[in-house]
Design a binder for this molecule. Sequence first.
Ligand SMILES: CC(C)(COP(=O)(O)OP(=O)(O)OC[C@H]1O[C@@H](n2cnc3c(N)ncnc32)[C@H](O)[C@@H]1OP(=O)(O)O)[C@@H](O)C(=O)NCCC(=O)NCCS
Length: 284
Amino acid sequence: MNLTIRPIKSAEDGRHIEQIGMAAWGSDGLDAIPGHLSQTIAKENGGVILLAFDGDRPIGFCWGFWAYVESQKRWKCASHMAGVIPEYKGKGLGGKIKWAQRDHSLQKGFDWMTWTYDPLETMNGSLNIRKLGAVSQTYYKNLYGMLDDELNRGIETDRFGVDWWLASDWVQSHADNSRPIPTVASVLADGGLLLNQSRQENGVLTPQAEATPADLAAAPRQVLLQVPRNFQAVKKADLQTGVAWRMHSREMFTAAFDNDYTAIDLIPGETVCHYLFEKNWTPT
Ligand SMILES: CC(C)(COP(=O)(O)OP(=O)(O)OC[C@H]1O[C@@H](n2cnc3c(N)ncnc32)[C@H](O)[C@@H]1OP(=O)(O)O)[C@@H](O)C(=O)NCCC(=O)NCCS
């Protein structure tokens, strides 16, 4: 790959973002970011909108704007979307684009970035939480209402809100791969609690609770929650089981955040992934 990642600079670049968005989400364009909006932010008002090219072919983007958070009296980069075209998915491109977004934001003096993603999309979880070192303490129920693109169709749009503390040691240890990598076995050996299991029912991966939301009030420092590795395949096989995963994980994620846990890692596995939560976690 002959990769370059650079800020957008023309109306044509704005149209590339529309096209990549349609390809990445499998949408008809109604939900794509209009090119004129990208232009307005990048040219006149401030934000970090980057395009990735393989040679001269546009293949990915990230899209964020500067925002003032009244409740915290603090500025941040609100990153609304990142996407790569399907044939480049899962090859490390999304990570490179996000690290470039971090560099650009730090250069402009911003040390905090936020965005949202569906915690049942474990590729996104792997990128956001495991690779980049973003963390989540916030759960939004059905944030965008029902959407009609391929990824979201048929299921309520719950999202993790993530915080990326750009200048923290935590994030730097992800950038330079120096952090210790947890495994399910190591967390359990240290006294961690597994909150649920998955089992095959009629050939479909189905959630099975091992703890109730109330158990989180007296749970150990670290807890694990299983989610399917391929949520889209579960949905395709049986939409009702997909909905059951949404409802089960919504209940447990909400209880974890209500009890001061933070999602700090995602441990990938062959059929399931485990979110790792830690109590009273603060960024270093
Ligand atoms: C989300 C997205 C931007 C990520 O970009 P990407 O180039 O695919 O991501 P990366 O390859 O850098 O990172 C994904 C990681 O997940 C891993 N992964 C792949 N499939 C996985 C799965 N099902 N479960 C867990 N991890 C998975 C990959 O191995 C990779 O990790 P590695 O680099 O350690 O091998 C891209 O997949 C995309 O455009 N998705 C559709 C749009 C979207 O959902 N955007 C995000 C919300 S705004």
